[in-house]
Design a binder for this molecule. Structure first.
Ligand SMILES: Cc1ncc(COP(=O)(O)O)c(C=O)c1O
Length: 430
């Protein structure tokens, strides 16, 4: 006898209606996958395991039987990724961006190692900080290591230029010489401008320090040729989420070009970090969807990524013109899918984000460089990927900017927001 599920189905239906059709979604880390990406995820792989690598005619690599079709899917997903990013290696088993980073940290770092990363108040992801894998316990030879103790990971942060939106290259080179870290982590969560990979990579190569470029946010922009190309610029690994600017299923990926002698050790570290380091089943059901999304990005990624970036600048200009200041104006506001809005004059980030949500405009409050209190920051982080996918262009974002400025000032604009959203319900770039 089936159990009663009406209540839970009703909640899901409300979510589908509200966030799917009524809201203007501006969370920079979110997206709506295409109908094909969504529908292919309901499959038999949902309950299966496939530890290890795909079997080949020559070798049994899996630790389970019954994997012939996931072997095909995994091989295909890695090939599609390599083709899209023009790289030599692709690891498609991580089930999220954080999991991909954790796998590399687990496979590469040992207790007592030193790391340089972007600090949280400069936009770095919290998982790069003491609370995440970089600062947490790393076990080696059976010992549990603690942050702050002699044998824990030693974490330093990149020095910043005066505007605090860019890494100071000269000071970072000095820091690398001084600290001689075992790993550099670049890439951020509040990510407006590219990190100086090509400026730091030559010294890192000379000192044999690998660079983990966390492209969680910008993976789709990189695929579309709209942001820096980290592997080309000298990063050792490029990790990413496959569900932010890359509009696929919620998963992660590790990409690299590590064929040269002396560099293979970096790929084997990532490999053992993924399995058995940080995963066992790798959420098999969503891997076919990654193949679909990768093909969508091959076909439409360039146009999609270009429009995302144009829209971000258009929204920044509109907000600024409406009296809501947008950060980094002197640098053209942004080179990515995000803008950082300074709402300290309007009661701070939390108040402004709630005022927008009350009008069905969804974004998140965010620390701006220099903020100390993550619970009471002065900014909003706003992203254009999702609404771009539904066809909004520069003039539509300009219209949205005016509505947002009004909502931040306390005006009720929900009806206008619903009307605007109602014009953009059909998915593009699929
Ligand atoms: C820079 C960065 N890395 C990693 C993550 C975590 O990604 P995921 O949710 O795919 O684990 C985020 C989340 O937004 C992020 O901003």
């Amino acid at each position: 006898m089936p159990v009663d599920t009406k209540d839970i189905f009703a909640i899901v239906e409300k979510q589908n209606e509200w966030r799917g059709k009524q809201c203007v979604n501006l969370i920079a880390s979110e997206n709506t996958p295409s109908p094909a990406v969504r529908s292919i995820q309901l499959n038999d792989f949902m309950g299966r395991y496939a530890e290890g690598h795909p079997n080949t005619p020559e070798k049994i690599n899996r630790y389970y039987q019954g994997t012939r079709y996931i072997d095909e899917v995994e091989t295909m997903a890695a090939r599609e990724m390599r083709e899209l990013f023009g790289c030599a290696q692709a690891e498609v088993r991580p089930y999220s961006g954080n999991n991909a980073n954790t796998a590399i940290a687990m496979g590469w770092l040992r207790g007592g190692d030193a790391v340089i990363a972007n600090s949280t108040d400069a936009g770095g992801h919290i998982s790069h900080n003491f609370f995440g894998i970089m600062g947490r316990r790393i076990q080696t030879r059976g010992q549990v290591l603690k942050p702050g103790k002699e044998n824990s990971v030693k974490l330093s942060f990149f020095p910043l230029s005066a505007d605090r939106y860019h890494i100071d290259v000269a000071k970072s080179l000095e820091l690398i010489e001084k600290v001689r870290p075992n790993l550099l982590v670049m890439g951020k969560s509040l990510y407006l401008f590219p990190d100086p990979v090509k400026e730091l990579a030559p010294l890192c190569r000379q000192l044999e320090i690998p660079i983990l470029y966390d492209g969680a946010h910008v993976l789709g922009l990189i695929a579309g040729g709209q942001f820096q190309d980290p592997l080309e610029e000298g990063a050792t690994w490029l990790t990413g989420s496959t569900h932010k600017t890359f509009p696929g299923p919620q998963r992660g990926v590790i990409l690299a070009n590590l064929d040269a002698e002396g560099e293979k050790k970096y790929w084997s570290a990532a490999d053992r970090g993924v399995f058995p380091g940080t995963s066992s089943n790798h959420h098999l059901y969503s891997l076919p969807a990654l193949v679909v999304a990768t093909r969508e990005m091959k076909a439409h990624g360039k146009a999609y990524a270009a429009q995302i970036c144009l829209n971000a600048v258009a929204l920044a200009k509109a907000l600024d013109a409406s009296g809501v200041p947008v950060e980094a104006k002197e640098f053209g506001y942004t080179r990515s899918h995000q803008i950082a809005v300074n709402v300290s004059a309007f009661g701070g980030g939390v108040k402004a984000a709630l005022a927008l949500e009350a009008n069905d405009i969804i974004c998140n409050y965010n620390m701006l460089p220099g903020d100390q209190d993550a619970q009471n920051p002065s900014g909003l982080r706003i992203g254009t990927p999702e609404m771009t996918r539904f066809g909004m262009k520069e003039k539509d974002f300009a219209e949205l900017g005016e509505l947002m400025a009004a909502a931040i000032r306390g005006k009720a604009v929900k009806d206008q927001v619903h009307k605007l959203r109602g014009r953009f319900l059909d998915m593009q770039f699929v």
